[in-house]
Design a protein around this ligand. Structure first.
Ligand SMILES: [Zn+2]
Length: 353
């Protein structure tokens, strides 16, 4: 929901339209063969290191794609290169739009970055220069999911037990991980806990893909328990330049309180600016506090990283010009991700561990 002014109604429509629009059954066979095709394309492409030995060309299994990717991705280290941070909103619908990525396109994105030799890390890991999840000669990629829509993370009830909906963003991620065992649960979720149209910890009522309100905190905790990073994004996506310092801090602090309700004591280190818009008092984007007038309790916040909405691949944390309070991202719009990744390869400016 990084929609700009007047986009609320559009997003509501999109969110509604996306719910249930995609079939429950993933076309696994198609995706698998596409994996092979993609990997072969990449392996013979810009990397120029794919012609080693007898490759399983013609094979279409996920593991052969992985083998090819490992060779294709084995590049010389470049710790000053750029890191793509991919920004997603709603996963679903029947057509790609500014804030909607179809299930098929999302799957393709995963296959594409995998075949190019990228492996996922979180923003926090990037800050800490923690690249242990990236094999030598491969590259980090950061997936960031904004706005906490039900399309990103849905449950379905099956004979009284809860399962992750395989057609929601997290379900697709887990399917992908199952087919690619060296793909880890590393992504950053920048969540709203009081947004409109179900953008409230992944759906706050049955209108949003049948998501019950009482599942909200459980989902947030599941993410933290399973390797993902929790990130702040304000209470209801306020355009921060329009408000007083007090309201800015309330918006951010109440979001952090919500996350704390799900995972007590969790230190939120990353914050994504709604619409990429800074508050008038810029530093309130990374630290501040708010006192609840009803309880007298003060909630403070202090972030290590602030995410912009756009700006292209991010600087490396080893780059002297790296500014953790203004980290750029690539929006998942049209073919933008593919073009940016192509450019990183063509210009040899990609971060390689
Ligand atoms: Zn947003």
């Amino acid at each position: 929901m990084t929609y700009r002014t007047n986009r609320t109604s559009i997003i509501v429509a999109l969110a509604l339209g996306a719910a249930g629009a995609c079939g429950r059954e993933g076309n696994g066979a198609t995706v698998t063969s596409r994996t092979g095709a993609l990997a072969q394309t990449r392996a013979g492409g810009a990397e120029g290191v794919a012609s080693t030995g007898s490759s399983p060309v013609g094979s279409t299994t996920a593991s052969s794609a992985g083998d090819i990717a490992k060779r294709a991705g084995r590049l010389d280290p470049n710790h000053l290169g750029r890191i793509p941070i991919l920004e997603y909103h709603v996963i679903g619908g029947t057509k790609n739009a500014l804030y909607t990525r179809t299930v098929e396109s999302f799957r393709k994105d995963l296959e594409d970055v995998y075949a190019r030799g990228y492996r996922p890390i979180t923003v926090s890991q990037m800050l800490d220069k923690d690249f242990r999840d990236v094999p030598t000669g491969m590259s980090p990629v950061i997936f960031v999911f904004d706005d906490a829509s039900a399309e990103q993370f849905s449950y379905i009830e099956n004979n009284g037990s809860l399962e992750i909906d395989p057609t929601s963003g997290v379900g697709i991620w887990l399917d992908f991980k199952k087919a690619h065992p060296d793909w880890k649960n590393r992504a950053t979720f920048c969540m709203l806990n009081g947004g409109a149209a179900g953008h409230n910890f992944f759906g706050d009522g049955p209108r949003w893909r049948g998501q019950h309100k009482q599942w909200r905190l459980q989902k947030v905790k599941w993410l933290a328990d399973n390797g993902f990073e929790l990130c702040g994004h304000t209470l209801w996506h306020a355009m921060l330049n329009k408000y007083s310092d007090a309201v800015v801090q309330e918006q951010i602090a109440r979001n952090i309180m919500g996350i704390d309700s799900a995972v007590a004591g969790y230190r939120v280190r990353t914050f994504a600016l709604p619409y990429g818009i800074w508050p008038k008092n810029r530093e309130l984007a990374w630290h501040g506090s708010w006192t609840n007038p009803k309880t007298g309790k003060t909630q403070s916040y202090s972030f290590d990283a602030v995410l912009e909405v756009s700006g292209g691949p991010a600087r490396s944390p080893f780059d002297p010009q790296f500014n953790p309070r203004s980290i750029t991202r690539i929006e998942a719009i049209g073919d933008d991700i593919k073009h940016q990744l192509d450019r990183l390869d063509a210009t040899k400016t990609r971060f390689v561990w």
